[in-house]
Design a protein around this ligand. Structure first.
Ligand code: SAM
Length: 302
């Protein structure tokens, strides 16, 4: 954990809003976009809204059109070499970037400040990358539109290109919102219970006291995922449209519940994301369960 970086003082907030003992941690996000209003929705709800209100994060949008100098506030132009579509011009992006106070690329410490270009051509954004970004003090997102941005901006300003999936969006705004959301919920103090983020799908970062699996391969924590997908969740009523909540969850035997949840997580991962099993923290009991599943093709998580 690191100390607060520059920006808004968390201690200036009303004491009742401070999520003690996490008042020293703070991340600032800057989003460069031609559609700043796009972020009104994503920033105004749930976890993100609360994290901003309590001063744990500071999210600032920057309108690239404010950095144009012509009557039409032009941000795009035709591509050199011909072809379809338009390209975001470099000047407004560069001028906007200069106002952020980010260290120039050649001397930038990317563990503290990082500039991300959202791009379908980028490296895949994963939960591991979300954890990396959650440790950075300042994150800048550059949202492309049209056919993308002038590549010289990537060369001059950006540290990495990230893609949120193998499909093409109309703009980087949705991708920036996705990344922002998944990073913010990892920050200390943002979720009421810090274990929530550790125990979800893809979670590999265990609280030290809960990291161990018992000899029989059942996690010590209630439901540490160990790189697997999450197990299925149920709430009341116990019966809904003829479907009962699994009996084991209603009986209060915590060891049996942990075992059931582990097996359901394994079954769901095998069914939906078998690629994750190769990297997951699997014990003998897990392997045996998976072998039995593969033999019977009887998927209890279905
Ligand atoms: N010509 C680009 C290509 O084929 O890779 C697609 C440009 S796309 C229509 C416009 C912008 O949307 C991109 O510049 C990028 O910022 C964003 N974008 C599209 N798909 C994305 C993805 N999968 N992940 C992140 N950003 C994406």
């Amino acid at each position: 954990m690191r100390e607060k970086g520059e920006g808004r003082k968390v201690s200036a907030l009303p004491f009742s809003l401070l999520p003690s003992p996490y008042t020293l941690y703070f991340v600032r996000f800057d989003i460069l976009t031609i559609f700043p209003a796009f972020f009104t929705g994503p920033l105004d709800h749930g976890v993100l809204k609360r994290a901003i209100a309590t001063g744990l994060v500071d999210v600032r949008t920057h309108d690239l059109r404010a950095f144009t100098h012509d009557r039409h506030r032009t941000v795009d132009d035709r591509p050199f070499g011909g072809g379809e579509g338009m390209v975001l011009k470099p000047e407004p992006i560069y001028d906007c970037f200069q106002t952020l106070g980010i260290t120039p690329k050649p001397t930038r410490d990317t563990a503290k400040e990082t500039v991300i270009l959202l791009s379908a051509q980028g490296q895949p954004f994963t939960q591991a990358v979300a954890h990396e970004l959650a440790a950075v003090e300042r994150v800048v997102f550059l949202c492309g539109r049209y056919e993308g941005i002038d590549e010289r901006i990537n060369t001059l300003l950006c540290d990495r290109e990230l893609s949120i999936g193998d499909y093409v969006l109309s703009g980087g705004e949705l991708a920036a919102a996705v990344i922002l959301d998944s990073v913010v919920r990892l920050l200390p103090g943002v979720l009421g219970n810090p274990d929530s983020a550790r125990n979800e799908s893809f979670g590999t970062e265990a609280a030290p006291e809960k990291a161990a699996l018992t000899e029989d391969g059942v996690p010590d924590s209630t439901h540490l995922s160990g790189g697997l997908l999450d197990y299925p969740h149920y709430t009341r009523p116990a019966e809904f449209l003829g479907l009962e909540v699994p009996e084991v969850l209603q009986q209060g035997d915590h060891s049996a519940i942990r075992k059931w949840r582990r097996e359901m997580a394994l079954a769901k991962t095998l069914r939906n994301r078998p690629d994750l099993l190769a990297k997951a923290d699997l014990r003998r009991k897990d392997q045996e369960f998976l072998s039995r599943l593969e033999l019977t093709e009887d998927d209890p998580a279905t």
